[in-house]
Design a binder for this molecule. Structure first.
Ligand SMILES: [Zn+2]
Length: 484
């Protein structure tokens, strides 16, 4: 009898020992559980299959063991990445937020052109946005206001045709200070669009940005290789201003500014960084630009600058290629034009470079525009990572999430909660199929959703589920500086 008792005791002890002890994480009920996905965190380089538990909009657990949740989604074979952060999204309305979400973007920021006034821009979107949003204060639009330019988004007359008076310069500076007081993320410049802006004006505003502790997001003064008005020369201007003021600098769309001299421009930026300047840059993965035909970009000399001619220009509204005659007519009318000016090898070079962030420069208007507005992020993952193996999956994810977050987090500490897949960070997540993800948008048909971006969450709320927009949800939050 004693022996039987001992055997039973040992058996139950053995059974208890063999029963795996549930961890604290496993005993909690989460709002959402993403089960058995390949978690890729570009900050820690974690790249492993895990269960991700989400609660109250945050990542609450990352476990090797199954987790309990009100909603449990099997994401086996899919990648769980930080939500993509687009520093260069002109599209800031519901139409564009949908395309962005379907391209894996959880935060879309208007950092280049910027906005002015700032407070009303944020108020218009509060509680009404599908994804997170934010903007810099706009030097261009402050100038358009002060000089009474008749352009809508970009200037077309008064802000272009003459140099500002000292009184106008100080009015513009006042509007920029007001925008920063209202929480703008930095100062946005498009010097190419307001070419009569003097170098002294730019220098003074860089000094202001350094004093206010914000960065400058700059479309430089000139593009192309024709000296002295070249991309390289324009980069020298803003690097010198950053060096002389200590201001932080982000150079937008480096490939469309430096074209065949992109290698030189990247070497200049690397050199400046190695000597202590805070300089970053970005590119979109396409071989064509887009802008307004009536803008200063297409002033006389554009063919030499860009090394292209009329047939390389495509009218956005009709998709037609231009001639000398239609160029003149449409320039008078005004409208968007695509310029097939960036060599493929230059585009690939920038996408492959781990120092260059991915940013779309996207803007879709009633289904018309450049495919970069709808397909940029899926294109990097499908064409450049999977098909061309030009960049690793982790580097690509880093260029589309962690690096943009780091660009902003000194100015907006809440960005430390984005661009990562870590316990405690915001549940802004993009879940995609690395075997099928691809852009579908083309220059002829730009308004096509990307494929393979399976689910997207903003603050733990699904905005895309099974490759469909979730209707009726507006979890997007303002990304904004807090001002005393
Ligand atoms: Zn630009």
């Amino acid at each position: 009898m004693k022996i039987v008792g001992r055997v039973m005791l040992m058996t139950s002890a053995f059974l208890i020992l063999m029963t795996p002890v549930k961890t604290a994480a496993q005993q909690v009920q989460y709002d959402v559980v993403l089960a058995s996905g390949r978690v890729m965190d570009p900050e820690s380089n974690l790249d492993a299959v895990r269960y991700v538990g989400i609660r109250d909009g945050k990542i609450a657990a990352i476990s090797t063991q199954p987790l309990k949740g009100r909603t449990v989604i099997d994401v086996k074979g899919l990648v769980i990445a930080p939500g993509f952060i687009d520093l260069h999204s002109h599209g800031q309305d519901d139409e564009n937020y949908r395309y962005k979400a379907r391209d894996g973007v959880t935060t879309a920021l208007e950092m280049e052109v910027g906005v002015s006034p700032v407070a009303s821009w944020y108020a218009e979107r509060e509680g009404k946005a599908l994804i997170n949003f934010g903007a810099t204060v706009s030097h261009i639009q402050a100038k358009m206001t002060v000089m009474k330019d008749t352009g809508t988004f970009l200037p077309r007359d008064n802000a272009i045709n003459r140099v500002s008076t000292p009184a106008e310069v100080s009015q513009v500076t006042a509007l920029i200070n007001q925008g920063l007081d209202e929480g703008a993320l930095g100062i946005g410049f498009g010097i190419n669009y307001v070419p009569t802006t003097t170098r002294a004006e730019v220098f003074d505003l860089f000094a202001l940005s350094a004093k206010r502790g914000v960065a400058n997001y700059v479309h430089m003064r000139n593009a192309g290789a024709v000296e002295p008005a070249s991309g390289v020369g324009s980069l020298q201007e803003v690097l010198a201003d950053a060096a002389a003021t200590g201001a932080s600098l982000h150079v937008v769309h480096i490939t469309s500014m430096c074209l065949r001299q992109t290698i030189t421009c990247l070497a200049m930026i690397e050199g400046a960084r190695s000597h202590g300047l805070d300089v970053t840059t970005e590119a979109y993965p396409y071989t064509a630009t887009q802008t307004r035909l009536e803008s200063a970009i297409y002033d006389e000399g554009w063919q030499e600058k860009f090394g292209i001619t009329y047939k390389d220009l495509q009218w956005v509204t009709t998709g037609e290629r231009l001639t000398a005659e239609t160029f003149a007519r449409y320039r008078k009318e005004g409208g968007s034009v695509i310029g097939h000016a960036i060599p493929e090898e230059i585009s690939r070079l920038a996408v492959a470079d781990p120092r260059v962030m991915v940013a779309s420069d996207g803007l879709i208007e009633k289904g018309k525009g450049h495919p970069r507005g709808t397909g940029t992020f899926a294109r990097v993952l499908g064409l450049y990572v999977r098909e061309q193996k030009a960049v690793s999956l982790m580097d690509a994810i880093r260029k589309m999430s962690l690096m943009p977050a780091q660009r902003l987090e000194k100015v907006v500490p809440s960005m430390r909660m984005k661009g990562r897949v870590k316990v405690g960070t915001d549940a802004d997540l993009t879940i995609f199929d690395p075997a099928t993800v691809i852009d579908r948008a083309t220059f002829e048909q730009p308004a096509l959703y990307s494929e393979g971006i399976r689910h997207v969450l903003v603050g733990g709320v699904f905005v895309v589920r099974d490759e469909k927009i979730v209707e009726g949800v507006k979890p997007g939050k303002a990304i904004r500086r807090t001002t005393r």
